[in-house]
Each structure stands twice: as C-alpha cells, then as structure tokens.
Design a protein around this ligand. Structure first.
Ligand code: NDP
Length: 508
C-alpha cells in the first residue's frame, strides 16, 4: 500500500476545520512491524484542547443538533455504517499498519463496528417514545412524562489496541443521542481515528459535532478531564490512567465511565473436548499477540488433563506464524511499541523469578531464523506452567502473549470458581466443559462482565460489555450503552393549576 492512503497532516480537527497544532509540534507514528515512521501527526497543545472544548460547548448550546429528532440522527448513523463498508479496505490497511494486527482482524473490527452503528441506528429510535406516567400514584389533573436529552460535551479517550473498535463503541451512542464529542485517540495509534473523523464529516454529521485531538494523554488529558465545560468523559484504557481520570473528573462532578483492564480466567474441566479446548485456549490468549483487554491469559485447568492440555497448547503455540499484518500468511503480528515489548519481556523475567516454568516462548524470535522479524516488536507466544495465585504474573495484566497455568484437583469446582474470581479485575472469562449444566453453573458464579462457554472472544452489539471490580464502572454496547450518553428528565405538568396551600397567604 502506498503512503498516499495514510491520512496526511493536518490531523487535528477543531471548530470544524483541519488544523495544525498551535505550537507547531508533531509526533512520529511508528509501524510496529519494522519500527519505521509512518507519518508525523500534529500534537495538540493544551491551547488546542481549550479551543476544541470551547467550540464543542458553543456548538452544543447554540446549534439545533441536540434538538434534532432521533430519526434524523439515526439516519446519519446508517449512512456512516455504509461509508465504513465502502472504505473498509483502506481503513483496515491503516489499522494494520498502525497497530500491527493482521488485516483479517482489522477487517473484522470494521464489520463489527458497522454493526454497532446499525444497531444504535435502531436502538436509539426507542428513546423517541417518551414515557407518559399515569395510574394511582399520579393525580388525574397531572401530565407526567420522562424524556431523554443528550448529556452535552463528551470527551472520548481510547487505547491503542483496538483504536477503531473502542472509538466506535462510544461514538455511535454519543452521536445518536445528540452530544458533541471530543475524541482523543492513543498517541501510539492515531491514524484510523483521523480517517474515521473524515468519514463522519462525509456522512453529514455537523462539522462541529466532532473535534479530534491527536496528542499525548499526559499533556492534554488534564485540560480535557478537569474542564467545567466538559460534561462527560468516557475512557477505555489501563487501570492507573483510569483511576487518575476518575479523580480528575470528581472536582467538577462530571459523568465518568471507565472501561479498564482484565486478568481473565479460562477454566477448563476434564470433561471438555480436548482439541476444542486447546484451540479455545490458544485463541483466547494469543489473538492480537495478547493485546486484548478480555484476553484469556489465566488458564485454570482440572489436574487430570492439565499436562495433556498444556502439551497441546505448547505444540500449537510453536506453530503460530508471526509476521507483517499485511501478509495473509501471518496469524499474529508484533507488539505495538518498543516500550510495550520491554514491559512484556520484564513480566517473563518476573515469572521466572517467581518460580513459573516457561515451557514455550519467553523471548523475541531468533533473528537468525527470522531475519524478517528482527526490526519489529515481536515476542513469541509464551506459556508459563506451574503458576499459583500469589504470583504477579498471575494477578497483573501483562497485555502480551503470555499464558499462565494453574491446576485444581479433579471435581473441585469450588476451587476452580475461587481461583477464577481471585482477581481485582472482572472483565471476562471462559468455561470449557461438555457438561452444559456444569458450564452454566460455573458461568453464573464467575464475577466477570462477559463469560464464554466452549468458545472465547465473540461479542454482539446487542449485549452490554463492561467489567466488575477494577475492570471499570460502566457498560458499553447494548441498550445500557445508550444510557451513558443521556440525561433523563421528568416533566410534571399540572393541567388544572390551584394554590397548593402549604403557606398562609395573609390576603386570604
Ligand atoms: P492507557 O491507559 O495508557 O491509555 C489509554 C488512553 O488514555 C490513551 O489515549 C492515552 O493517551 C490516554 N491517557 C493517558 N494519560 C491520560 C491522562 N492523564 N488523561 C487523559 N487521558 C490519558 O492504556 P493503553 O493505551 O496502554 O491501553 C491498554 C489498556 O487498555 C489495557 O489495560 C487494556 O486492558 C485496556 N483496555 C480495556 C478495554 C475494555 O473494554 N475494558 C478494551 C481495550 C483496552 P496516550 O496514548 O497519549 O498516553
């Protein structure tokens, strides 16, 4: 693919126009496959962020966008879904170049978010039906109804692992409900977000309904999250940043939803279909090189099949073909950055020191065997056997291709459930068993927002996504995903007004 198709500068979209940063700063965006610079993007300053907030706030307060019918806005969502499909190939290329994931994965992401826009184009229409309240608790002279309005200026902050997906999960409900949005993608992978913003304008969304700031979170984050003119922050990212953002939103009591990390258990019982379980374990942990918030990184397996299961996983993990995401032969790509590669390597050292046995991977690919991978941020699929719940490698999110293995005694469901819930997080988990009653029983007891049975990783826009515990405090997707972006107002209107008589009127 030629560089021409990568979005070019300027990459800031403020007050309805594409612009460079006020101080002229730029930042290189790196291709993780070969560590080469893709392009320089404009690096928004705090002053640019202030300008975006002022524009969004003025637009929200003075334009007819929040007052349009749900139907008008939902038509734009449908048009946007069509555009996503029309631009699928280019968008997928850009996502793959920027993140390193395979083209097939990028294409799936675009199909998925097309469905998200199509889903909300229908789901938001339901809000049009204002709820009239009547019955014993309401005097007959009163008309009482509940209506829905947009929240206002919404800041949408997204991570680097699923730039298109995580943004669209927020954009679709935020725009369907008439909010003005300010988008802040990760500084590591901003390119697809620039392209998505261009498509929003092409679809016919009002130019000032969306502002885009490509920038470092550390530098402009506080300007966005502390501003009294921002009404909502929706954040997806790591726990440490999430905590920081919650604190920062507290001062102005703004609405704040955070979707954070996970340390997700995959519980395998001896009565599973072993080949299927091996495949599910592999998919759960090594897809996108483990850089998935719901990655099934913690294998919890019944003792009698543990050795066979681990042997099966190791055998297949060694066959995973790594390479450029643009090469159809690649099954997985590199890690996103040199910095992240360093973190993942450090976790393997920690695991070894803690007594874990690295039975596969644990290092970068050998440059003599794989000279094509030598420049990029590749790390081999890694299995650490003989782990226990006290280890850091078991409790902390590595966000890399690392599977830890813990065993429980045969038939000891209590311990399996205890281990699976033994985490500060609670985003997702899996259960592998041919006994459907058992699988259902265990699934219900897992304190995680999504549980997969005899599979791993699928989702639908119709069902809510989010975490228990430190995995976050809100829900995206589903009908609750809309709730995040609406204010609910009750209007109580007296049709036969009369004095209420609480206080004496001296004239009477
Ligand atoms: P980070 O928390 O590092 O960053 C997420 C976003 O926050 C980035 O855009 C970042 O900008 C920005 N940011 C950083 N500091 C601030 C700040 N002070 N104020 C405002 N914004 C800030 O996460 P990663 O990008 O490293 O993403 C990986 C994490 O995301 C993992 O923990 C993963 O589990 C989680 N995640 C959760 C999902 C879920 O559905 N629950 C889905 C996908 C990922 P910059 O890049 O410039 O630093």
């Amino acid at each position: 693919m030629s560089a021409v198709e990568i979005p070019q500068r300027p990459t800031l979209f403020i007050d309805g126009s594409w612009t460079k940063s006020s101080d002229g700063k730029t930042r290189p965006t790196i291709n993780p496959y070969d560590a080469k610079v893709l392009i320089e993007v404009d690096e928004a300053s705090a002053e640019d962020a202030q300008r975006a907030i002022a524009s969004a706030s003025h637009f929200f307060k003075t334009s007819d966008w929040p007052h349009k019918t749900f139907e008008e806005r939902c038509n734009l969502l449908s048009r946007y879904a069509d555009l996503l499909q029309a631009h699928k190939s280019k968008l997928a290329h850009i996502e793959t170049l920027d993140t390193g994931k395979t083209l097939a994965e990028s294409e799936i992401d675009i199909d998925d978010v097309t469905n998200v826009f199509r889903f909300y184009a229908k789901e938001a229409l339901k809000l049009q039906n204002e709820k009239t309240i009547s019955g014993d608790l309401i005097p007959s002279s009163v008309q009482s109804k509940v209506i829905h309005e947009p929240v206002g200026v919404c800041v949408l902050i997204t991570p680097w692992n699923y730039p298109i997906l995580q943004l669209c999960w927020k954009l679709a409900p935020a725009l369907a409900t008439g909010n003005a949005v300010i988008v802040k993608p990760s500084e590591v992978t901003p390119l697809s977000t620039v392209y998505l913003t261009k498509l929003l304008i092409e679809a016919g969304f009002p130019a000032k309904s969306v502002q885009l700031l490509t920038a470092s979170g550390a530098s402009i984050g506080p300007t966005l999250t502390e501003s009294k003119d921002v009404d909502l922050v929706s954040f997806t990212g790591g726990l440490a940043t999430g905590r920081h953002i919650i604190r920062s939103c507290a001062e102005t009591v703004k609405r704040c939803t955070v979707e954070l990390g996970g340390k997700n258990p995959n519980v395998v019982f001896a009565d599973c279909d072993l080949d299927l379980a091996v495949d599910n374990v592999l998919t759960a942990v090594f897809t996108h090189s483990g850089q998935v918030c719901s990655s099934g990184a913690r294998l919890i397996v019944e003792e009698s099949i543990a050795d066979r299961l681990v042997a099966g996983v190791v055998e297949r993990a060694k066959q995973i073909s790594m390479g450029s995401g643009l090469d159809p032969k690649s099954e997985t790509g590199p890690l996103v950055s040199a910095e992240h590669l360093g973190k993942v390597e450090a976790f393997v050292d920690i695991a070894r020191k803690e007594g874990g046995k690295v039975v596969c991977g644990g290092m970068r690919p050998d440059p003599k065997q794989h000279p094509d991978l030598a420049q990029g941020y590749f790390f081999l699929p890694t299995v650490v056997d003989h782990c226990d719940r006290t280890m850091r490698i078991v409790q902390e999110e590595t966000f890399g291709p690392i599977l830890t293995v813990e065993r429980f005694k045969d038939g000891d469901e209590e311990t399996a459930v205890f281990l699976a819930n033994d985490t500060a997080y609670g985003l997702a988990g899996g259960v592998q068993s041919k006994d459907h009653a058992r699988a259902e029983r265990i699934a219900r007891r897992l304190r995680h927002g999504t549980v997969w049975v005899n599979t791993y990783g699928a989702y639908t826009p119709q069902a809510e996504w989010g975490g228990y515990g430190m995995s976050g405090n809100g829900r995206e997707l589903g009908s609750k995903g809309l709730d995040e972006y609406i204010e609910t107002k009750h209007i109580w209107a007296e049709k036969k007004p009369a004095m209420m008589g609480w206080f004496k009127d001296a004239r009477m």
